[in-house]
Design a protein. Sequence first.
Length: 281
Amino acid sequence: MRLANLGGRLALVDGPHAVDVATASEGRFGPDPLGAFRDWDAFALWATTVDASTGDPYQEGDLGCPVPNPSQVFGIGLNYADHATEAGMPLPDSPMVFTKFASCLTGPTGEIPLVPGRVDWEAELVVVIGRGGRGISVDEALDHVAGLTVGQDVSERALQTAGANAQFNLGKSHDRFGPIGPVVVSLDELPDPHDLAIGCRLDDETVQDSRTSQMVFGIAELVSYLSQVVELRGGDVIFTGTPPGVGVGRKPQRFVVDGEVLTTWVEGIGEMQHRFVAPRR
């Protein structure tokens, strides 16, 4: 299945067509896009009875953040070996975890305010939790995944690394610094959800181009690892790390400038596009 936030309402989509969930379910499931993930087992079973290709046409510009206001947003650092190399840091022995605050999330299109400092890009595969829980084993972890989506862990590097003991959270949580979308795609929709092309470009320059099979810790390992400490909840979001090619790792370094358009993609899921806009005086 492919889940979307269409005009603020939960929808199932198939190509250019969409079915409004609240209407099709006769109110069994509400219009809140987050609602499906909070009653995941029942929703997933019901969704198998719906043919979204028979729905109404929709405009891609109406797609919003597919997982608005999740209870938890996790980030994983240094999860591609080549990215660790360009950062000049050793690979971690276990997942390196931080958070992006949920208020930074936004949808798959639109403008991102360009803040002062060194704004960088990070294309990421994003995992969305369906069935929550604690102490989830690696073998059972994929059963807890609702689906995957495209993400950008936009980062302002000066604040991210400020002080003697750097804290990533604030530098990665400015307004709209967490775009995800365009849809959440269930694992069965993808030929191999563990090996997907991923990348992004600034205007016409491709700056990241890799595959998710290069992740150090895979989807199941990350879900299991996090659940050993926290209770995962339906709708929680996990940014799984970025491949090489970020601006801070380039020689010379390169950061986003006013007016540049960032296009981000993951194979089989879709594409996002955002324009960075500096404040006007």
